[in-house]
Write a protein that binds this ligand. Sequence first.
Ligand SMILES: *[C@@H]1O[C@H](CO)[C@@H](O)[C@H](O)[C@H]1NC(C)=O
Ligand SMILES: *[C@@H]1O[C@H](CO)[C@@H](O)[C@H](O)[C@H]1NC(C)=O
Ligand SMILES: *[C@@H]1O[C@H](CO)[C@@H](O)[C@H](O)[C@H]1NC(C)=O
Length: 568
Amino acid sequence: MQKQGSWLNVVPATPAWAARFTRKQISIAIASFLLISLTLLVSTSHSSTSRLTPTSSNAPDICSNARLNPHHVEAPLDPDVAAITSFWPDLKNVLVEHGTDLPILEHPAFQYVPPTPEAIADRTDLLTPEQALLIRERHAAFIEDIPAYPSNTFKGRGIVMLAGGHYSEYAVTALGVLRESGSTLPVEVWRRDEREEKHEWCDEIEAEGMACRRLSDYLDTDILAIQDGKEMKIFTMLFSSFEEIVFIDADNMALQPPELLFESAEYKETGAVLWPDYWRYDNIDWLDYIAGISGNRSEALWEQKTSESGQVVWNKRRHWKALLLATYYNYHGPDLYYTLLNFGWAGWGDKDTFPLALRALHEPFYTIPHAPESVWVSGRVDDRRVGMLQMAPPSSVSQSDLAAQDDDEWEANAGRTTAFFLHATTIKWSHRDFLCVQCLPIWHTDLPSDPFFSRFESASDELYGRLHGDLPIMDNRTLVDYAPMAGNGNGSAGLAVDVEVRLWRAMEYAACRSKAWRHARACEVGRRYMTETFGFTFAGEGDGRPWGVTEAQGVPSMDEKVCLLDPS
Ligand SMILES: *[C@@H]1O[C@H](CO)[C@@H](O)[C@H](O)[C@H]1NC(C)=O
Ligand SMILES: *[C@@H]1O[C@H](CO)[C@@H](O)[C@H](O)[C@H]1NC(C)=O
Ligand SMILES: *[C@@H]1O[C@H](CO)[C@@H](O)[C@H](O)[C@H]1NC(C)=O
């Protein structure tokens, strides 16, 4: 558990891109080995098929557990794009005008170790006092010119998720888990443009109470320089048709229904809820001076935890000015503000632009007082993270949840609380990444020279042994500690036993049932693993063979009549 003052000891999570890069590089290196072993895998999974006996010969007709939208949530209506973008020309003008002649700060090289206090202090020289003053004046002028809130334009409450490309693969899982949390909020799934779309997926998610949105319908996406979405996030919040938003990263899984956040006293009081990251600020000391918060450069922020923007709760009506100021920071983020905010060690991007805007405008907001807690890969505790748990606002934690928790498990700085999100920062969950067998690349950014291998296929992958050995991926201790035991599960033993099971239900949906995503071999691999590892059963397709494999085709039936039965 992180304590105040111990941040230098925090082992940085391997960034997602690094994990992926390494995996691909290694995969290419052993490509020839894989060609041979693929044949082996195919025969292995087939021979294990015949090892299993069918579990149910008279399956129920209703396969409710295989559904992602049991609550019949309605998809959000098509937005009035013209009305929503009415403020954009004015906003763009002032973003550009008050960005004139700003100095450029180069994106620092990625750092694998946290910077020393001396190194942080030295960065003050990256700006002269004259340059800092100029940035401060531009910042103040922008605030003066922020376009007014467009009333009667945004409506209702909903979830905003930025997907697209590989992130759509993670989103399929996260959205499944979201519905499993019991959430009945409508969802907007954003992508940069048409090239980032998966054929048929947008039509399909309507039935789950979700709708696709393209940023390119709202603005000229050429202004977004960074491909991985750092600057896009704020624009999805800005152009979302909802007035009140829970923004959720595509790799972030809601363990409790996000509507509870809107009902929390913390949100009702402030209209904005943010979550802390593991580490403290390493900003350039001119930052608060530039933002008009301090009369001189200041080291005050270095004592504070940064913010983690994998989930953001925001009332656009109450915090319109701060949203637009954060837009200013992101618009000028890659060239200036991201580097003002961050040394480059980790977290260079949008994440700290939200609290900066709120502080600069003296708008109220609430930061969750509990540090994030790491969930680890089983067998690699304190070494390899799956991701981070982000906690519930104190007012939404029920006493019955706490009663079930063991006081000895709690450190003084965190107090008793429950997990609200599992942000899969390091191990990303998608049926393609986990289960694919000879899947083809599907994104315009994929190169033919860089073939796709799943974790199941790559003998060098860190999870290969667990997937082939029918072992759970996650060490469940942190999940047990922070489980909302009363929770929203219906008669379940609580979240602790449930998270990985929920994840796999969502993965099975993607691998086997989604017309846009399913893939027969991935489905078979997934169902076999789920059966052997967690005790799921699949039944209902006529001859009742395991995992819905039909005699005739030798491939799993992906018919909706194949029931997914939970582990008992
Ligand atoms: C601002 O801080 C610097 C360094 O601490 C100091 O040298 C300078 O005198 C201060 N300027 C003002 C106007 O207080
Ligand atoms: C829990 O399950 C029972 C029976 O399966 C059902 O009748 C009830 O409505 C469920 N409750 C909730 C809150 O989903
Ligand atoms: C946690 O995982 C261990 C090892 O896989 C398992 O034996 C135990 O039952 C799990 N506990 C819960 C509460 O899921």
